[in-house]
Design a protein around this ligand. Structure first.
Ligand code: TYD
Ligand code: MG
Length: 451
């Protein structure tokens, strides 16, 4: 008997990954133009596969007793902390990062003796990965390697090996043979992502998918992949620095904004347990334009050095250049300096840099950034034993910030003696800190103390 192969046609948006029955110039979901393209699914296995049995409902206590949500500790404490206490069984994790940043290295170092792992290495050969594992000193007897990159074959491997952790390196090289497009295309990433999602839930296996990042900084392929998974991690870093930052931007089982800090060395990634020391290592003291800000990344305080340089603009429109902080927020701080403090900023080039590649979106950094700009403009250094904390409002007022005790503790532990803090943060708890506190209400009060 001839099996009739039915081909279904969909139209997919390459930006958000939504699918539609017909083509459109503009995506009805994300409103992007020119992102919708056709793709075909041959339905040969669909008839037998898609009609799933009715799932019975169960009571909460039954679910809890059957699946208590086991967490596995990986070989890296920093990763465990970012994940919220280890890898949760049955969770789907996406690890993104630029090519060469160290994603494969990190994934390999996570493999532990006590976790049965299947590592799908679709980019490098099994030999290459094995050699790297040997060089990194990975002692994981129960680590299985496979170069398979077809999704159904991977599913068969999972049934055979029954791993607790499946690493997919990378999602852009996995394909589904039923789909008529190349690996790495939106439709393939979308379908394979869906398959891994059901695989993780059905087999209670934790899956970590590695994904490359595009120039715009998002994971190549549909944004939908990020919506689908439980946890999204980004490994960041650049060629100029050897430290790497692991950031969780989404986590259904832990807090976000948690960061893990590593150093890339000849024998792999090593964990940095005291990041403040790393970020302040090459600090220039008593130089106008620098300020120290105790940032809070997730649950952990990290001291960062803010540098500003203000110079006369030589050509046309003055430049505003910022690294590690929101450019619009910088514009607002410059406006406050200009309007409230009488600094003529209109004809100045302003450069701001958070040293070490850390990115901060905490308004508590406002005061340190504003003061470092003022310090450079006045050519007067901020005392080197002082840290600055505070959100700056449009009226030049200084607003209170969260978790100030943690920030002060870290600064005090690293030998800072003075802290400029918002007046409203002064309370019984902060008064007990072993630091000289300078509570301030307005930007002008802080200038009186610093300069
Ligand atoms: P890799 O993990 O292959 O990056 P990704 O998977 O994100 O593309 O890491 C590649 C870089 O890391 C490469 O430039 C070499 C460097 N590296 C080290 O410096 N030390 C090491 O021990 C390893 C394994 C890699
Ligand atoms: Mg890799």
């Amino acid at each position: 008997m001839m099996v009739k192969v039915k081909t279904k046609t969909h139209f997919l948006c390459s930006d958000c990954g939504d699918s539609f029955p017909k083509w459109n110039g503009q995506c009805p979901s994300c409103k992007e133009w020119g992102t919708i393209a056709e793709f075909k699914v041959t339905g040969k296995t669909n008839a037998s596969k898609r009609i799933s049995p009715l799932k019975e409902s169960r009571s909460l206590s039954d679910v809890l007793s059957e699946n208590p949500g086991k967490r596995y500790a990986t070989g890296l404490h920093e990763v465990d902390r970012v994940l919220g206490g280890g890898i949760l069984s049955g969770s789907l994790i996406l690890l993104g990062g630029n090519p060469g940043v160290g994603k494969s290295t990190l994934a390999l170092q996570m493999c532990q003796e006590n976790i049965k792992t299947l590592y799908i290495t679709a980019e490098e050969s099994e030999d290459q990965v094995a050699m790297r594992a040997k060089r990194l000193g990975i002692k994981a007897e129960d680590l299985h390697l496979s170069g398979e990159n077809e999704i159904h074959s991977i599913e068969s491997h999972v049934s055979a090996v029954k791993p607790q952790l499946l690493i997919v390196d990378s999602i852009q090289t996995i394909y589904n043979e039923e789909i008529d497009s190349i690996a790495g295309s939106v439709s393939q990433i979308r379908e394979c992502g869906q398959e891994f999602l059901s695989l993780s839930k059905q087999n209670n296996v934790a899956i970590m998918m590695i994904g490359h990042v595009t120039k715009e900084g998002t994971i190549a392929g549909p944004k939908m992949l990020e919506h689908m998974v439980d946890t999204v991690l980004y490994l960041e870093g650049d060629d100029r620095h050897d430290h790497r930052i692991l950031r969780s931007v989404k986590n259904r089982f832990g807090t976000t904004h948690e960061v893990g800090i590593f150093k890339m060395e000849s024998d792999g990634l090593s964990e940095v347990t005291n990041p403040s020391e790393l970020f302040l290592a090459e600090r220039s003291e008593n130089v106008p334009g620098t300020a120290i800000f105790p940032s809070l990344e997730g649950t952990r305080p990290i001291l960062v050095e803010v540098q500003a340089l203000v110079t006369n603009a030589n050509y046309g429109t003055p430049q505003r250049n910022v690294n590690g902080f929101d450019a619009k927020r910088l514009g607002m701080l410059i406006a406050v300096l200009d309007k409230r403090m009488g600094f003529a900023m209109g004809a100045k080039d302003i450069f701001v840099n958070l040293v070490g590649g850390l990115r901060v979106d905490d308004p508590a950094a406002d005061l340190s950034i504003l003061c470092s700009i003022a310090s450079s403009a006045r050519d007067q250094a901020i005392p080197s034993n002082m840290i600055l904390i505070g959100e700056v409002g449009l009226a030049g007022e200084i607003r209170s910030v969260g978790q100030i005790e943690k920030r002060l503790q870290e600064a005090s532990a690293l030998g800072f003696t003075d802290a400029l803090i918002p007046q409203r943060n002064l309370n019984a708890k902060t008064k007990k800190m072993k630091m000289k506190l300078h509570p301030v209400r307005y930007v002008k009060d802080s200038f009186r103390i610093i300069f």
